[in-house]
Design a protein around this ligand. Sequence first.
Ligand code: ADP
Ligand code: ZN
Ligand code: ZN
Length: 742
Amino acid sequence: MVTLPLVLQVAVPAPLYTLFDYLPPEGCDSSWLCPGLRVKVPFGSGVRCGFILAVRTISELDPGKLKRVIELVEKEPLLGREDMALLRWAAGYYQYPLGEVMAGALPVRLRKGEKPSFIAGRPGWQLTDSGRKVDPELLTRAPRQAEIIRAMRAAGGALPRDEITAKFGRCRGVLGALGQKGWLESCEIEPGVGNPYPERAPEMPSPPELNDHQRDAVAEISRRHDRFGVFLLDGVTGSGKTEVYIRLVERIVQQGKQVLVLVPEIGLTPQLMGRFQRRIGAPMALLHSSLSEKSRELAWHSARTGEAGVVIGTRSAVFVPLPDLGLILVDEEHDLSFKQQEGFRYSARDLAVVRAQRRDCPVILGSATPSLETFRNALEGRYHHLRLPERAGAAREPRLDLLDIRSSPLEAGISPTLARMVKEQLSEGNQVLMFLNRRGYSPLLTCFECGWTAQCRRCDARMTLHLSSRQLWCHHCGSRRRIDPVCPDCGDPALKPMGQGTERLEESLQKRLPEFDIVRIDRDSTRRRGSLERLLTEIRSGKHSLLLGTQMLAKGHHFPDVTLVGIIDVDHGLYGADYRAAERMAQQIIQVAGRAGRAERPGRVVIQTRHPDHPLLQKLLRQGYAAFARESLLERREAGLPPYSHQVLLRAEAHRADAPSLFLEEAAGLARNRAGAEMALWGPVPAPMERRAGRFRAHLLVQSEKRAELHSLLGWWVPELCRLKSARRVRWSVDVDPQEML
Ligand code: ADP
Ligand code: ZN
Ligand code: ZN
C-alpha cells in the first residue's frame, strides 16, 4: 500500500486571494491535523500564522517543492467548523482574502500565533464585607468612589484592574482611598470572571408589565424560537424595544442557549448594557474596543467555550464563536457603524442574518428608523414585521415642528424663537438638548477682504477651526496646523470664522444663558477614556440642564428630563451628493427627536431649516418615518437604486493623479467584456472628494438587478484585477453593498 503524503491547504493572512499548500511539520502525528488549527508557516522572507483549511493528499504543485509548516500552534482548533464556514462565506461575498478575514476574527494576540491565555487569573479589586454595605448614593462628596463602588456591585463585587482603568481612566488614588477605608481589597480574579459575571443589582426595580404590543412581539418571536426567521422590531423611540429584548433573552438563556447582541457603539448605548447586566442572570461577555486586549480575549474565550450566556458586542462580535447560539439581536439595525468602511468591508447586520440562517435560529433587527433595505424586506413579507407604535408607560411621542429660519436673524446659528423656547424650558427646570452634527468651532476660516479660505493641503477640503486647541484641523485626513495669523493671500489681519460648530454654539449659549449649566458632548470633549460615561452619568443626575452635542448624543440615550430638542441645522442632509442622504437625514431627525419627552413630561422638537417645503421633510414630519420610507422606496425603485438593485464599488487611489483612472479604465474594460446586459458600469469618475490625505481618488460603480450575476462577475474579475499592471500603481479596494460613496 502506498501512503500519499499529506498536504495542508492553508489560509495565510496576506493581501492575496490565493490559498497555499504546505507539508505537515516534520515528525507530526497526522491524526492531529484538522481544519481550523493555527499553523506557523514560512511566508516570503518571514513567518506568519495561518489556518489549516483542508488536509488533503493532492496539490496542484509538486509535493517535493512544498515548504513545511514550522509548527502547529495548538491541538484543538479555536474556530469550529461552523465558524470557519461563516468566515469563508463572508470572505467570498465581500471579496476579501480569506487568511485576513480569519485572522481578523481572532483576538489580537491569537492572531499573531500566541497561545490562548485563559488559564491565569487577573489582578483586580473586590469589595470587602464592609464595602458591600456602603450605599454609593450617600457618597455625594466622593463621586468617583461612588462610581467605582457602583460598578463593582453591578459586576458582582469584583472587577479586574484593567477593566477598572478602561472604564474610569487612571484612578489609583481613588482605589487607594477606598482601600484605606477598608471597603476594597486587591485580589486575583478567576479566569473568565469579572465583567462576564454581573450580579442582579439588589436595588433593581421590578420589571414593568409589558403592554399589548410588546407582549405580541415577544409571543410572536417565542413561537418561532427554534428556527430561522428574521424579525423587524419596528418600534418608535421609547416604545420599549429593550424590554422586549430582555424578555426574549431571558427565555433563550433559560433553554441553555447563547444570545448574541450586536450594538452600534457600546459607549453610546450604556443604558442597554446596564439594563442587560441588571436583569439577565446569566454570565455576560462584552466585546468592544474600549476594553483592554486581555479583557477582550477573556470575553472571547467565554463566548467560545459556551460559558457566557449573553455576548454583547460591536460589529466584529458577529464572528465570535458561539457553540450554543440560539438568538441574534441587532439593536439600531440602521446604524452605519455596522458596516466596516475599510479593509474587510462587511456588514455585521447582513452577516447576522446570514449567520442566523446557517444556524437555523431567529434574528431580530430592532430600530425606530429601519434602513430602507430592511423596511422593504418587511413590506414584502420576507421579514416578520412587528410594530410597537406607541411609547411605553406614560410617555407620549414628542411633537415635531419645522422652524423656518430664512428671515430670522441668527445668533450662533440659533433663531430668536428657538432661543426663547430654550430659556422657557430651562427656567421651568427641564433639560434641553441641542443637536448640531459638526464639532469644532467653525467649519470655515475665511478672509473677508479677498475670499481666501483655509484649505487642507492634502485634501480637497476645508479646515475646521478648533479654538480650544488653537488649531485648524482637517476632519478628513487628521492633519492640523496653526491658525494663520493673517491672510496668507492679501495679508489682511482679520480672518473670520464662518458657520457653526459645537464649540462655538457652546460659547454663545454660555454667554446668553450664564445661569444654566451646559455640557458639550462630541468627539473632542470625550476623548479621554471614561469621560463619556462620566458626562452621561452627570446628565442623568441632573447636573447639567443644557445638553449640546453631535450624533453622540442622538443615539439610544434615555434622558427622562429632556422636554425640548433643538435641531440647529438639518439642511445639509437635504441635498447631499449621496442618494442615501435623505434616508440618513430622516433617521437622524427621528433618533434625535426620540430623546425628547421620554417620561411623564411631554416633549417638543424644533427643527431649524431654510427649506420648510422640502417634500421628504414634509412627509417625515406630517406622516412619520414609515410614510417617508415608503415614499423613498418608490423613488429608489424608479431610479433602479438599492435595494432594488445591487452595487459594488471599486475604489482606487494614488499619489499620481492619473493612476486611479488608468487602473479603473482597464478594470471597466475587463468587466464590460465579461458582463451580461443586465450589468451597468458607471465611471470611472473622481470620488466626491477627489484628493484626500495627498492621494487622488476615483471609483467605478458596478450595478445589477441580479445579485447572483454581480457575484459571478466578481469571482472572476477580482483575481484578474490583481494581475493588472496598473493595479500596482494604486491602492484599490472592492466594496460590496457600499454604504457611502466617499
Ligand atoms: P426603546 O428601546 O424602544 O427606545 P426602552 O426599552 O428604552 O425603549 O423603553 C423606554 C422606557 O420605557 C424605559 O424607561 C423603560 O423602562 C420603559 N418601559 C418599557 N416598557 C414599559 C412598559 N411596558 N411599561 C412601562 N414602562 C415601560
Ligand atoms: Zn485675504
Ligand atoms: Zn486633509
